[in-house]
Design a protein around this ligand. Structure first.
Ligand SMILES: Cc1cc2nc3c(=O)[nH]c(=O)nc-3n(C[C@H](O)[C@H](O)[C@H](O)COP(=O)(O)O)c2cc1C
Ligand code: SF4
Length: 434
């Protein structure tokens, strides 16, 4: 296998990597200079040609998104999504705390391409350290003339950092926009999409931290270099998180032809399971994409292959390994509890559906389940979400995939656990719960 040269994480581990001096000494802000010598349309065209697909979860091509902005607009805003709210996902954090100037350079180039006047970097509330690292880097960039008035080619850009208050749904782009406006982070009905009417009702682009961190490299090395990495529909370098009972949990960079098995087993990634542990299942894309069994680990970690395994997509490419000692009833309950708690409650199917799933999964985990509960979970999962057209945002789709795939792929284990509970337990506990 050809050796992969880290791109996004090339400065991780370098002494003083967060400083402007070190970033510039390693080639930083050269792409900025190159981009500002190009026309904004040419920058958009290069990113489109690279087929840079969004790293925030949906995989939508960044250049195409930028092209949706109305041609006759007079104002444009850019939001950088650093909410990183998906469980087991920490790749944005690694980028921000180790290489903030890479993100700032990507933000400036994306701002120039879209002619944004202001960019907001939205951070989850827990990112205290990352906030300070980024704020120092923004201050350095202003002092060096990379931000502020006339930074080149008549372009000016201001960047502001904004911290959320701690809600999963504020990672959804219109929830994020509402939160930035100082309101409750309730996702908006679309259309209008943010490109037409977003923050403060102005044309707005929302992109993920990792997506924008790729942009300087595309401009510096060209779209052809970018498309030469990975499968044809999943181009460029990608960060993957690995957690659970593996030897080397962490954040790794690779091309997207890597498999889930490689991530867990290869010495340069997860390094294999801890001694005495074996894989029972893996949630490979954050929790919202669904689960793989131990027989499905050869799935490619790209934008397409996950669908062949009944998953929603690549998601955040953060793999959580579950070992043979874990009770799947508990995994099911934890998933259901998370979405039941995080639903913002605007849409009936999501609010009630995630609540039902949580209550049913809880009684199964507490030894009071019924076999029919598994079918009720599947039916509930099928009847909520954006995909049947019943909700404002994608949270319930993310809620249903782990529930549905756990019930379908681990049904035998769940049924055996339900059947082995003491006789009469279901009736006794159900009467308390109902
Ligand atoms: C419930 C929910 C939570 C989300 N959380 C995040 C998040 O934390 N970070 C993120 O970048 N995108 C998140 N997204 C996706 C965003 O809505 C949006 O697609 C993304 O920020 C666009 O950036 P990209 O095109 O660069 O990926 C979430 C979506 C949903 C439905
Ligand atoms: S789908 Fe759920 S989380 Fe999304 S807006 Fe509706 S109630 Fe809120």
């Amino acid at each position: 296998m050809a050796t992969f040269e880290p791109v996004l994480m090339r400065n991780v581990g370098v002494e003083d990597s967060t400083s402007l001096k070190v970033y510039e000494s390693r080639g930083g802000y050269q792409a900025f200079k190159k981009a500002l010598a190009m026309s904004p349309d040419d920058v958009v065209a290069e990113v489109k040609k690279a087929n840079l697909r969004g790293r925030g979860g949906a995989g939508f091509p960044a250049g195409v998104k930028w092209g949706f902005l109305p041609k006759d607009r007079t104002r444009t805003l850019l939001c950088v999504n650093g909410d990183e709210s998906e469980p087991p996902t920490f790749s944005n954090r690694v980028l921000m705390e180790n290489d903030p100037h890479q993100l700032i350079e990507g933000t400036i180039i994306a701002g120039y391409a879209t002619q944004a006047q202001v960019a907001y970097i939205y951070l989850r509330v827990e990112f205290h350290e990352q906030f300070h690292v980024l704020q120092n880097a923004v201050d350095e960039a202003y002092a060096a003339g990379y931000l502020g008035k006339d930074i080149g080619n008549g372009y000016k850009l201001d960047i502001y950092l904004h911290r959320g208050a701690g809600a999963y749904v504020c990672g959804e782009e219109t929830g994020l926009i509402e939160s930035l406006e100082g309101k409750r982070g309730w996702p908006r009905i679309k259309p209008p999409f943010p490109a037409v009417q977003g923050l403060f009702r102005l044309p707005t682009v929302v992109n993920n931290v990792e997506t924008l961190s790729n942009v300087p490299h595309i401009i510096e090395r060209g779209a052809d270099w970018f498309t030469s990495i990975g499968p044809s529909h999943s181009t460029g370098p990608k960060l993957f998180c690995v957690s659970g009972p593996v030897q080397r949990p962490g954040c790794y960079e690779a091309a997207m032809d890597i498999t889930c098995r490689d991530l867990i087993e290869r010495d340069d990634f997860g390094g294999g399971m801890l001694s005495g542990k074996s894989v029972k299942g893996v949630l490979p894309g954050g929790v919202s994409m669904g689960i793989l069994t131990a027989d499905e680990l050869d799935m490619k970690m790209d934008f397409d292959d996950p669908r062949n395994y009944g998953l929603l997509g690549l998601g955040t490419a953060a793999a959580v390994v579950i070992d043979q000692d874990v009770d799947m009833r508990v995994v099911l309950r934890n998933m259901a509890r998370f979405y039941g708690t995080e639903s913002c409650g605007q849409c009936t199917q999501c609010r009630e559906g995630t609540g039902w799933m949580h209550r049913i999964a809880t009684r199964i985990a507490e030894g009071a389940g019924r076999i029919e509960d598994l079918d009720v979970l599947l039916e509930t999962a099928r009847n909520m979400g954006m995909m049947p057209g019943l909700s404002i945002c994608g949270l319930p789709d993310g809620a249903t995939y782990p529930i549905e795939t756990i019930v379908k792929k681990f049904r035998q284990e769940l049924e055996e656990a339900i059947r082995s509970q003491p006789p009469g337990r279901a009736d006794m506990v159900l009467s308390v719960l109902n």
